[in-house]
Design a protein around this ligand. Structure first.
Ligand SMILES: Nc1nc2c(ncn2[C@@H]2O[C@H](COP(=O)(O)OP(=O)(O)OP(=O)(O)O)[C@@H](O)[C@H]2O)c(=O)[nH]1
Length: 383
């Protein structure tokens, strides 16, 4: 039954590997690991029905180690870590030496079970550590980590029972409480592991799609939608705490000329460069967006005009430094608008920042202009 489950789930994971974006790594290794676990279980079931029991047992142990090992490699790839092939091969070699020795040269069932269990638990434990260190704090990771931990505990307990109580306690062909728990865990764990692989991968897919829908694909800064969400949060803060925030509207000067003289690809590289230069001039709490074209918007939360002007000057100077990455020298114009009242909305402050930007363009470009403050709405005077 568990063999069928593992086989079916490996197909599910492989089809996810084919259809998920290439940023989600490791799914193919998880699928291969499950196939090998299924194959290992088939080999174990054949050990008494054919001659050459020792060879079949060796192959079964080797296949199982490979199965769990490939799952570990998949998990390392999934979390963007360098796959520890050295650990994979070391564990496999030690397991084969140990199992081979206590199977063929000096037959000893409990020693064989102990060495196999301790070694294979290294692969499970490694995956617990991966999920703990690199996993997102989300239900799917917790589920994945707990399953790997449970699997580690079950396998380690089998190894310890083999060491302290001998072969009878861990021989899965005889009946006993631990044997039942181990077999049940083995059956369900294969299915649950595959489900947990799929759960963490689906969560990763969701995060990637969410990020894609709020980021500009060329420069990786926010797009209009992502910026509107951020602005709404900062606006709510401004309403609550009566702070100020400032918007910079930054536009490349004569960008059409850059495209015409150096080609569209160089134009794109200039856009990426300007996004990077702006990003370097900001704090982590500031936000940059590109709404398309060659205009960038910067939102500086809890920042007044003086500080914003200082940041704008820093950007102006950094941008026009010549020869970065072999790019043509270029300049930007910047319009600044400060918002102190929650009565103004995104369109209002954007319009003022753009007006200041046009005025910078009209006055010769490569300069900064500050927008006048909005005229507060007239309020009725009580009689
Ligand atoms: N390479 C590249 N060019 C773009 C992109 N989006 C818009 N453009 C180009 O940006 C140029 C904008 O030209 P204009 O609006 O005339 O502005 P400008 O040449 O910078 O002139 P000023 O803003 O007045 O200084 C056009 O040639 C667009 O084709 C893009 O994603 N990549």
């Amino acid at each position: 039954m568990s063999t069928l489950m593992a086989g079916a789930m490996s197909v599910v994971l492989y089809s996810a590997y084919l259809s998920f974006p290439s940023e989600i790594k490791g799914l193919d290794y998880w699928a291969a690991g499950l196939i090998l676990l299924a194959l290992g279980a088939v080999l174990f079931s054949l050990r008494n029905s054919t001659s050459g029991q020792a060879i079949i047992l060796l192959c079964a142990n080797s296949t199982l180690i490979w199965g769990v090992g490939l799952a570990m490699i998949g998990t390392q790839k999934f979390y963007d870590r360098k796959p520890a092939w050295w650990l994979f091969h070391l564990v496999w070699a030690c397991a084969m030496l140990g199992v081979g020795y206590w199977l063929v040269i000096q037959p000893h069932f409990s020693a064989r079970v102990a060495v196999f269990s301790f070694l294979i638990s290294i692969f499970y434990l490694n995956q617990v550590a991966m999920a703990w260190r690199y996993g997102e704090r989300h239900f799917s990771t917790i589920f994945f980590g707990i399953l790997m931990l449970l699997q580690t505990l079950v396998v380690l307990t089998r190894g310890l029972l083999a060491v302290f109580y001998g072969g009878a306690q861990v021989n899965l062909t005889s009946i006993g409480p631990f044997q039942s728990i181990y077999l049940a865990a083995g059956h369900f764990m294969v299915l649950l592991l595959a489900v947990s692989f799929k759960a963490v991968a689906t969560r990763r897919l969701q995060t990637i799609l969410e990020r894609r829908s709020t980021l500009d694909p060329l420069t990786q800064v926010l797009n209009r939608r992502g910026f509107a969400d951020i602005y709404a949060k900062e606006h709510a803060l401004l309403r609550r705490e009566s702070t100020a925030m400032t918007m910079l509207s930054i536009d490349l000067d004569y960008f059409k000329k850059i495209n015409d003289c150096h080609g569209h690809a160089t134009g794109d590289r200039v856009l990426v460069d300007v996004a990077a230069v702006i990003g370097k001039a900001l704090r982590v709490s500031d936000h940059v967006a590109r709404f398309g074209g060659e205009e960038f918007i910067v939102l500086l939360p809890t920042t007044g005009l003086d500080r914003a002007h200082h940041i704008a000057e820093r950007i102006l100077l950094a941008v026009r430094e010549p020869g970065r990455d072999g790019l043509p020298t270029y300049t930007v114009s910047i319009g600044i608008a400060c918002q102190t009242s929650a009565d103004e909305d995104l369109d209002g402050i954007l319009m003022r920042a753009d007006e200041a930007l046009y005025s910078a363009k009209e006055r010769g470009r490569n300069r900064i202009e500050i927008a006048s403050m909005p005229i507060p709405p007239l309020r009725a005077v009580p009689a």
